[in-house]
Design a protein around this ligand. Structure first.
Ligand code: DMJ
Length: 648
């Protein structure tokens, strides 16, 4: 029997095509209209009831009315879990992961922990215990930095050294500090140039630095000037001042160039210490030079004004030379100067520049709320102006997402400044990709913390939804995109480690409503890869060993004989005479610090400090470098306090 009911059901009666009279048709229309109206009202009220009563935890409106930030935070955590699950399953332990083809790859002959180490602190912050435990044991058992391979000094420092140090800070697991010290010691060889500026790469086995094989051997400015937070924190933890001295020296060499209005070209040569070329920008190769000046000042609790002075000068330079506004909507942006300060202005801005919103807000307020900052005695019109600019730039960066078809920003935009422009920016064909970068959500997080204005969360939520919509793969992984201007966008088959280390971390923190604020901005500094380190007080082991040159004035070295002099800093990697090295280090530690007022009692105290510091260190530069650096510092602080109380 054929299933006849399908086309001719049993009760089927053919429709009689009979046209009704006008009166009858009016009646029918009125009847239909009334039914439709009733149906509309029923749907409306049932919908409202379902939204508020049955699903009270659901988001109300993704654009404007969204308010359930706890739920948003869970979604971000889930995005991390999904990204991680794919990596664990198909690429575990490898440095690169390609989520579309589901393949992992190492950069060198053995893994460097690129994705795992970069992600440790995010897992700790998000409370992903299961995932974290597996990662922790991989680092403990598999990760060794002793094979013959050249690594990029900057990337390895911000991601690996930074990742290990923040994992140590958050977990207090000594294993991370040992690995960090081992890695730090290997990187030190990169600083063996005639100027003290690090070479671009270093060989992990030999510890030998290597010049950049392109750009005439020059290193990027951002690369040489974005090592300081990591090595200074390593000094703090190990009690070993050598790391401090090496990275501090870079700052003095750079500043000796006396950059006009605080703006610097994006290349600098390790042989001469001089800048190369004239291209000035806040984007790639320039960006974190500006970031680390402020953050160094914040890291040591505002005790090193030299970095604040450099930072302030550069912000004024940015306002004078790089800031412009687009047409038609007057969006503030930072352009580029391809031929130096006197050269032509380019309207190009990298997405990388979007960290500037957060940085300016942090610089103005030093991490406290805007209300508190405005009431403080140091508040002035420059800070107010920096803060307003922070908001403007962050708004511009949000528009770089909101004004594309996918709601995701391209890598680079060119702003329109001509009268009559109908759109604020355009995107060149080669710049349409999105690499899951963090800079905008980083600024949203900082601005939210400082202002508590929910607009920053709403923008962050919109951006996250676009990542969900276009970056998420059917099986749960997340990928970079080739073109944010077309729907659906072509996928790029790459997961950047900063998606896990930075983008998702900042989004998670943006939506956080914990009673006690996680990682307050006046208590921690985030390195440029979003790894948090605690701020710390200076003590006699550390001091600012240089000051800024004015005009043709010769270098003023603070701290007398003890202060590090350029080209005169000992390098453990290349010095086999351990006894000699130990003697020198001790001498340095015992010498008076001119950064503090000279007091005879303090001199005596420093003798004690010298011996205490030596006692707690098993092998000053070895793998077991310095047991627990916190102890060294605690002992120092206690001794100073005791001494000062005694004097009173
Ligand atoms: C990160 O590795 C760091 O934030 C770095 O300073 C610049 N770019 C990437 C993320 O975009």
């Amino acid at each position: 029997m054929l299933p006849l009911y399908k086309d001719k059901p049993n009760d089927y009666t053919p429709r009689v095509n009979k046209r009704a009279s006008v009166k009858e048709r009016r009646k029918i229309m009125l009847y239909k209209g009334t039914i439709l109206l009733i149906a509309f009202y029923v749907c409306f009220y049932v919908g409202r009831y379902l939204k508020t009563e049955v699903f009270p935890e659901q988001f109300q409106d993704s654009k404007n009315e969204f308010s359930n930030w706890g739920e948003a935070q869970l979604k971000v955590k889930q995005a991390f879990k999904d990204s991680w699950a794919q990596y664990e399953k198909y690429g575990w332990g490898t440095d690169e992961y390609h989520p579309v083809s589901k393949k992992g790859k190492n950069m060198g002959p053995e893994p460097l922990g690129w994705i795992i180490v970069d992600s440790l602190d995010t897992m700790l912050i998000m409370g992903l215990e299961e995932e974290y435990k597996v990662a922790e044991s991989w680092v403990a058992n598999e990760l060794k930095y002793d094979f013959d391979y050249d690594v990029n000094v900057f990337e390895t420092t911000i991601r690996m050294l930074g990742g290990l140090l923040s994992a140590y800070y958050l977990s207090e697991n000594e294993m991370y500090l040992e690995k960090a010290t081992d890695l730090g010691n290997k990187i030190l060889g990169a600083f063996e140039s005639s100027s003290g500026l690090p070479y671009s790469s270093v060989n992990l086995k030999t510890g030998k630095g290597k010049k950049n094989h392109v750009d005439n051997g020059a290193s990027s400015t951002a690369e040489v000037s974005t090592l300081q937070l990591e090595f200074k924190y390593l000094s703090k933890l190990t009690g070993e001042s050598l790391y401090w001295e090496k990275v501090e020296k870079i700052m003095s060499v750079l500043d000796d160039n006396k950059p006009k209005d605080g703006l610097v070209p994006i290349y600098v040569h390790p042989d001469t210490g001089k800048y190369q070329g004239n291209l000035i920008r806040l984007g790639s190769r320039g960006d974190s030079y500006y970031e680390y000046m402020l953050k160094q000042y914040l890291q040591t609790v505002e005790k090193e004004p030299v970095y604040l002075s450099m930072y302030k000068e550069s912000v004024q330079g940015m306002k004078d030379h790089l800031l412009k506004h687009s047409k038609p909507n007057n969006l503030a942006f930072f352009g580029e100067l391809e031929h130096g300060l006197a050269g032509e202005f380019s309207n190009k801005m990298d997405h990388l520049v979007c960290f500037m919103g957060g940085l300016l807000a942090l610089g103005a307020t030093e991490g406290v709320s805007i209300e508190t900052a405005r009431k403080s005695s140091g508040w002035d019109s420059i800070k107010e102006d920096d803060f307003l600019l922070a908001k403007d730039i962050t708004h511009t960066c949000y528009k770089m997402y909101a004004d594309t078809a996918t709601g995701l920003s391209p890598e680079i935009v060119v702003f329109n400044t001509n009268e009559g422009s109908t759109e604020d920016f355009h995107i060149k064909p080669l710049d349409k990709h999105n690499l899951q970068r963090p800079e905008t959500v980083e600024s949203l997080f900082i601005l939210y913390r400082i202002t508590k204005d929910p607009i920053y969360r709403k923008w962050g939520w919109e951006i996250f939804q676009s990542f969900e919509k276009y970056g998420k793969l059917a099986d749960g992984g997340y990928t970079s995109l080739d073109d944010v201007t077309t729907i659906p966008p072509k996928k790029r088959d790459n997961l950047e480690s900063f998606w896990l280390a930075e983008t998702l971390k900042y989004l998670y923190l943006l939506f956080d409503d914990s009673e006690e604020e996680i990682l307050p901005l006046d208590k921690v500094v985030f390195n440029t890869e979003a790894h948090p380190f605690p701020v710390f007080e200076m003590n006699p082991l550390f001091k600012t060993g240089w000051s800024r040159k004015k005009q043709d004035e010769a270098r003023v070295v603070k701290g007398g004989d003890a202060a590090p002099v350029r080209g005169d800093v000992h390098d453990p990697v290349h010095n086999n005479d351990k006894a000699e090295r130990k003697k020198e280090t001790t001498t340095k530690k015992q010498a008076p610090s001119a950064a503090k007022p000279a007091k005879p009692a303090i001199e005596e105290l420093k003798d004690q400090i010298g011996s205490v510091a030596e006692e707690v260190k098993e092998a000053p530069f070895g793998k077991k470098a310095s047991t627990n650096g916190e102890d060294v510092n605690e002992i120092l602080e206690d001794l100073i306090q005791e001494e000062e109380e005694g004097e009173e």
